[in-house]
Design a protein. Structure first.
Ligand SMILES: [Zn+2]
Length: 339
């Protein structure tokens, strides 16, 4: 019995020493100490040993077991350390390799222009305000002196949600919302998305952006309007830019005008860019209609104001010489990368 145990122990020790990795070592453990292992088999055979010899044999078995377990444990630690060393060696970081570049996107031309417009007007003391895209008919039309039967309120041009609510067709309703809340003096611009039931082509889109501007104060005249907008376009298109006003009609301003700027390509001589005119139409403007002031709770005897509205895309197309508005909405990387 003793010899058998010694042989088992020697075999186990040899195999433990020869184990090349943790998996082999585990197989050795199972082979000797597992349920069907060799040492376990000896324990099971104890019943055949004479009762007086059992304590002694038991002691041998326990000692053999203890030694095998200790050997297993120390070899396991050794193999684990070797595996960790190997892993660390393999995963070493080469700090001389070039770093991964973070791809930085490009700003959209509309964003660039809007930032520039906001910079110019906040520089003149204007506040930038926003209003809802889903708007009441009252703010979009009625409060701006556009009654129900007015041609500007063509149902075919407007996306109605129900009788009273629509997708705003202009940023002008923001003016009304500001006038209702704020006492003059008011100096504000309101950039935002507007919606009209237009077919998509090179110059039209059912969704585009406007920037509304308004000043309400005492003794505001058309000269203030002219001076402000001249300053704006000269900062936007160059200091030699000239302006020209043509009489126009808007329901919410009186008098109303459309403003042209001298072509910044040819300086007014006439070229392909300005279609030989020397002038480029840029925005609509006028003195706020007394009725609009009164409807918003401002006394037109005490306060006057001017307002203007400019298409954001219009400036983007001009400034970056883009000939098709659709390019601004298609998110084509090849196009956007140029800005
Ligand atoms: Zn020109």
């Amino acid at each position: 019995m003793k010899e058998r145990l010694q042989k088992i122990q020697e075999d186990a020790m040899r195999q433990i020493n020869e184990a090349v990795n943790l998996s082999v070592l585990n197989d050795v453990r199972v082979a000797f100490l597992g349920k069907k292992g060799e040492l376990t088999a000896v324990l099971k055979g104890m019943k055949d040993v004479a009762p007086e010899d059992r304590p002694k044999v038991g002691q041998f078995v326990n000692e053999a077991r203890k030694q095998i377990e200790e050997a297993l444990e120390s070899t396991k630690e050794k193999l684990e350390k070797a595996a960790l060393d190997k892993k660390l060696k393999e995963e070493v970081i080469d700090v001389t390799l070039p770093a991964k570049r973070n791809k930085i996107g490009h700003r959209h031309p509309n964003t660039l222009v809007l930032d520039e417009v906001e910079r110019i007007f906040t520089g003149m003391g204007y506040e930038v305000v926003e209003g809802p895209e889903l708007e009441y008919d009252y703010y979009n039309f009625e409060a701006l002196n556009i009654p129900a039967n007015h041609p500007a309120k063509d149902e075919q041009d407007t996306f109605y949600i129900d009788d009273k609510i629509l997708l705003r067709t202009q940023t002008s309703p923001v003016q009304v919302r500001v006038m209702e809340k704020q006492k003059p003096p008011i100096r504000m611009i309101a950039p935002g998305r507007v919606f009209r039931a237009d077919e998509v082509d090179a110059t039209h889109s059912p969704s585009f952006h406007q920037i509304e501007g308004m000043v309400i104060d005492k003794n505001v005249t058309f000269s203030d309007l002219k001076g402000t907008l001249t300053m704006f376009v000269q900062q936007m298109f160059g200091k030699d830019t000239k302006v020209k006003f043509r009489p126009h009609h808007f329901p919410f301003t009186e008098p109303s005008a459309e403003m042209d700027i001298s072509c910044f390509k040819c300086g007014g001589k006439g070229c392909r860019f300005c279609k030989g005119e020397g002038w480029i139409e840029i925005l609509g403007c006028g003195m706020v209609h007394p009725r609009v002031l009164r409807m918003s709770g401002i006394d037109p005897e005490e306060y006057q104001g001017f307002a203007f509205g400019v298409g954001l895309e219009r400036i983007s197309l001009l400034k970056y010489e883009i000939d098709d508005m659709r390019l601004l909405y298609e998110n084509d990387e090849r196009f956007l990368k140029q800005f």
